[in-house]
Design a binder for this molecule. Structure first.
Ligand code: AMP
Ligand code: MG
Length: 404
């Protein structure tokens, strides 16, 4: 077992546990949002599938319309119309025009379009107040070319990508099964919300903040409830949980005599590391239990969330073969001082904003028991060991809210 390792070493060891391949399942488009593609997608169609018009107007011969202006309009005979989805069957000849509507194929013979705003209709004729041009013709395959790959295995299905998959002709998609993540809370003092709070009790907030983090990272959270600080209970609950791709425990990994999770994992599993040079979350533990990777998260609400964010989230990304990074660093100007930790990397909670430049201020009380800092904050402020940051200094920040 390793102990007292750096954040970078810990991340590497956690990622090394994401060896397994998640099974692939096929889902209809309407269930695919937020899932991760398990196959490359080639377009089944061209889009547009014919040269079509990007505007409402008239299709005609460009040559007929050269020099057309408000003062010297060109007059063309309208021989038909082509609404989107109902192509004009005939051919456009010299001196003729066909009324076309956005998305309609350009009729045969025509090589230019004029937008309706630059025309005046006169019965069977149309006056062009400007020359027609090919610029508003979208060539066949302008957007999508049949046979070309536009989405790849490992792509998160965002709204735009889901729409793109539909545009490419797919009704169902192969995606990775969502990783099943067990969440087990420990601690005799921990009580489910809704129950009366006994003297010395604390409501189980970790299960719910972790549920949110797991689901946001594409996982399926499996709430395993709470076990008392007794080793047999922990094992029993795990046995009843069914298949898991990752187990999160909260509490019971620090130095106390009642820190049961660590004991169970030492006796019945294999501990990979325990304790990371970070604040919060120093007692973090990584183990394997019956083939399942276990992240033993510290009980303090901020420690458990920050530790999941730094390690559990990248683990789930890797398991789902996601190609986008689980988080990224930016540089912001500190609006308030941030205090580091002398011997460890510190992750403070901040509010990141943009006013011509990125700015970050503290959420206030930075104690790892103050969950409000995670509720108020939208970024972690990263401080190397021994580094304090003063007002006006530049500092590394990791946004907690996600943009690709
Ligand atoms: P531990 O890691 O077990 O030493 O717990 C550290 C602190 O976190 C203690 O104040 C616990 O009461 C608190 N805590 C442990 N588990 C939870 C939980 N599930 N929800 C909220 N607070 C917790
Ligand atoms: Mg405890």
């Amino acid at each position: 077992m390793r102990t007292g390792i750096s954040v970078e070493e810990a991340l590497e060891l956690v990622l090394a546990e994401a060896k397994g391949e998640l099974p692939v399942e096929e889902v209809p488009l309407k269930e695919a949002f937020g899932r991760v593609l398990a196959e490359d997608l080639v377009s089944l169609v061209n889009h547009p599938d014919q040269d079509d018009t990007a505007v409402d107007g008239y299709a005609c011969w460009q040559e007929d319309t050269l020099g057309a202006s408000r003062e010297n309009p060109v007059r063309l005979r309208v021989i038909g119309e082509s609404p989107a989805g109902r192509p004009f069957a005939g051919k456009v000849g010299k001196g003729e025009a066909v009324a076309v509507y956005t998305g309609a194929p350009i009729p045969e013979g025509a090589d230019a379009v004029i937008q309706v705003e630059d025309t005046q209709r006169e019965g069977d004729y149309v006056l062009l107040l400007a020359p027609a041009s090919p610029k508003d013709i979208r060539p066949r395959g302008d957007d999508l070319k049949r046979g070309e790959v536009y989405l790849r295995r490992g792509d998160l299905l965002t709204p735009g990508r889901l729409g793109l998959a539909a545009a490419m002709g797919y009704a169902r998609l192969k995606v990775f099964r969502r990783p099943r993540v067990g969440i087990l809370s420990t601690g005799d003092e921990v009580v489910e919300p809704g129950e009366p709070l006994p003297f010395g009790g604390v409501y189980n907030s970790n299960a719910y903040s972790l549920l949110g983090l797991v689901e946001e990272a594409g996982g399926e959270a499996v709430l395993l409830g709470k076990v008392e600080d007794q080793p047999e209970k922990v094992l029993e609950t795990l046995e009843a949980a069914g298949h898991l791709d990752l187990l999160l425990t909260s509490g019971g990994v620090s130095m106390g005599d009642y820190d049961v999770v660590r004991k169970v994992l030492e006796e019945s599993g294999e501990v990979v590391f325990w304790r990371v040079r970070q604040q919060p979350g120093k007692p973090l533990l990584l183990a394997r239990l019956r083939g399942v990777p276990v992240l033993g998260l510290p009980g303090n609400p901020v420690s458990s969330m920050v530790s999941f964010f730094l390690y559990g989230r990248p683990f789930l990304f890797r398991l789902q073969r996601r190609t986008d990074p689980p988080y990224r660093s930016l540089t912001a100007k500190a609006l308030t001082p941030f205090k580091g930790a002398s011997d460890r990397k510190a992750f403070r909670r901040g509010v990141l904003s943009f006013e011509g430049e990125l700015l970050v201020r503290t959420t206030g009380n930075q104690s790892s028991g103050v969950l409000r800092s995670m509720a108020l904050g939208n970024a972690l402020v990263v401080l190397p060991p021994g580094r304090d940051v003063g007002e006006g200094e530049m500092v590394e920040v990791i946004p907690l809210t996600f943009v690709l």
